[in-house]
Structures are given as C-alpha cells and as structure tokens.
Design a protein around this ligand. Sequence first.
Ligand code: AMP
Length: 367
Amino acid sequence: MIEKETIRETLSEYDKENITLGILCSHSALQLIHGAKLEGFNTIGICPEEREKAYKAFPKARADEYMIVDQFDEILEDDRQEELLEKNTIIIPHGSFVEYVGAEKLLEQFRVPIFGNRNSLRWEGKRIKQREWLKKSGVNVPKRYNDPSKIDGKVFVKFSGAKGGRGFFIASSEEDFEEKVKKKIEKGYITEEEAENATIQEFVPGIRYYPHYFHSTFDRRGAETEGGAIEILGMDRRVEPIDESYRGLPNVPEEFFDYTVTGNEPLTIREKLLVNLIDMGIDVVETSKELFSGGINGPFCLETVFHPDEGFTVFEISGRIVAGTNLYPLGSPYSAYLFEEPMSTGRRMAREIKDGAEAGELEKVVY
Ligand code: AMP
C-alpha cells in the first residue's frame, strides 16, 4: 500500500507552478485534457500508439505531450513512474484507468499522486462494498438475492467481469435464470466463474437518472457538507439496445434484450426531485468519511432509477468521473447555475487542483 504520507512528501517536492495533469487516452480523456488546458495546466496523454492519431485529431483537447505505451499498465513500470514524477504529474483517474491498470496494483505500486482519494478505489470497485456504502448512507438499494433458488419475482442479473452491462439479463425464476446463464456461457459473454459470482438484484422499474456530482473541499458554492460542498454538474442517461426494443414490436428480436452501454444522452430531472438528489449526495459523502479515511472527494455518480410510487433506488455508485459527463464539455443545464464560465467535470477537477495548490493544501484532494 502506498501510504498517504509518501504522496504528501512527493507533493511537497513538486513545483506547484509547474504541475502536469496526466490522463490515460480513453473514457473521458478528451474532456479531461480540454478542461486541464482551460485551467492552464501542462498535460500529458498516456496513449497506446494505435490511438495517437485519434487523440491528436481534436486540437482543443490535444495534450502538450504524449507518453506512448503498448499497454496502459506500463505506467506501473519504474522508469515510467519516474518520468511522471519528474514532470510533477498528478494523474486524473477515470473508469478505464482503474479497469486497465487494476485497483490493487494502483494501491500497492503506483507512487504518482492521483487526484481524489485512492482509499475510495477499494469501495467503489466491488459490488458488495458499494452496497454496504449505499445502505449505510440510507439510500434505497435493490433487494439482493444470495441464491438463485430464492428468486421470487422479476430479477436483474449482473456480472462483475462483464463490462458495461454486457451479458446482463432479466429472469423470473430459478429455471429461467439457469437456462439464460447457460446460453450466455455458450455464447462466450460470460465465464463459468463469473456466472457463479453473479449478482442477482430485484428488477427496479422506472426511469434511470445518472446525476454527476462533485464534492469540493475548497469551494463552498454548492450544498454544504461537513468540510466541503456538493455540486451537481450534470446528468445523463445511458443508452442501451433495450431502450430501442419498441422498434422490433410486436415480436421483439432477442438481440434487443441487451443492456450493454453504448452511449449517453442528456436529460434534466423534474426540478423538485433535485431536493432528493442533493440529499442523497450529501448522505453518500458523509458516510464515505465513516468508511474510509478522507472520504470521497471530486466527482462521483449515483446510478439511480426513479419511480413515482417508490422514489429513488440507487443500483450503483461510481466514485470517479463517469463517461456521461462527456456530454457537457462546455457545461450543462446545471453547471450554468454554479459557474459563470463553461464548466465540465474535467475542468472542475483541474480547478480543484488549482485551488488546492493555491491554498498549499493539495494533499487534501490528491492521494
Ligand atoms: P450497471 O453496470 O450496474 O450500471 O448496470 C447496467 C445497466 O443495467 C443499467 O444502466 C440499467 O439499465 C440496468 N440495471 C442495472 N441494475 C438494474 C436493476 N436492479 N433493475 C433494472 N435495471 C438495472
């Protein structure tokens, strides 16, 4: 485990006038590089060779330099880490960063400072821990079935190894579950091991909302928390083939019964429901401080379903920037009420780093 003290020492040696923000070229990198540039930072894109052309094709989101790698996890190698440290680099993490490099390896081996709190990686990466966090926060979570034999209604089945909703399905009985699992394994969507560790949740009907939160330590313009403030910077809904299943009516082809996330669309929420979203955001932040040292700071997202009879149910939490924020490089219908200037989540992170450096307290938002 790389201790906080080690990162604190590294930061104390950094030239604060000359910080570089390091971004892996995937997920939300264009937004992050764009935002970092707007806040005046040097930027380094960590990029597999085959992606270089694409990532250089957007001049306003082009990094000042690129570190070309074969695989993203090369950044764990000593000489790569040294190079990043010499450039006073702070890594801006995103979904692919953790996915490709691995939470445990990052915690054990990565000496380069990361924006946010690495303690949160252990909590957001595992469904069981996420659930504990959400339940302790007091938000509604879907009922969970520990065994397929307990299925007593419509359930939603998920796999941790299956990425972005791929292979997820609905079942209504144990037999239905077993049959569908068998088919998924045959098709190669999931492995036997993943099937054994499947998460079986109550199917939650309603409309999905994915609010993009930012918990700030240095800026108190949002809703007050203990030691900070919560901002809602935007909102999206994921697009999945199932959303368009009506196109196959009346006999919907099986291919539409697929929950793989393929994109995101913008949406706003009925205004009075913002009250609930703000309350839930605060609860999740306050609880995080009880669960791990420092609590969550920076961006996070609650993946929710709202039903007029049931209110909000939260089926997942992402403790980092989500790709749905890519909709708003120049701000959203919510960020407009927080900032005079166009504020993406990527830019917001760069701004927090700037505020931290100016206050001489970078270690509060970097670990
Ligand atoms: P996840 O990977 O947990 O974000 O889930 C991917 C997609 O599966 C979501 O965007 C939803 O469309 C759907 N989903 C996840 N959990 C549930 C649930 N408990 N009930 C209904 N749909 C769900």
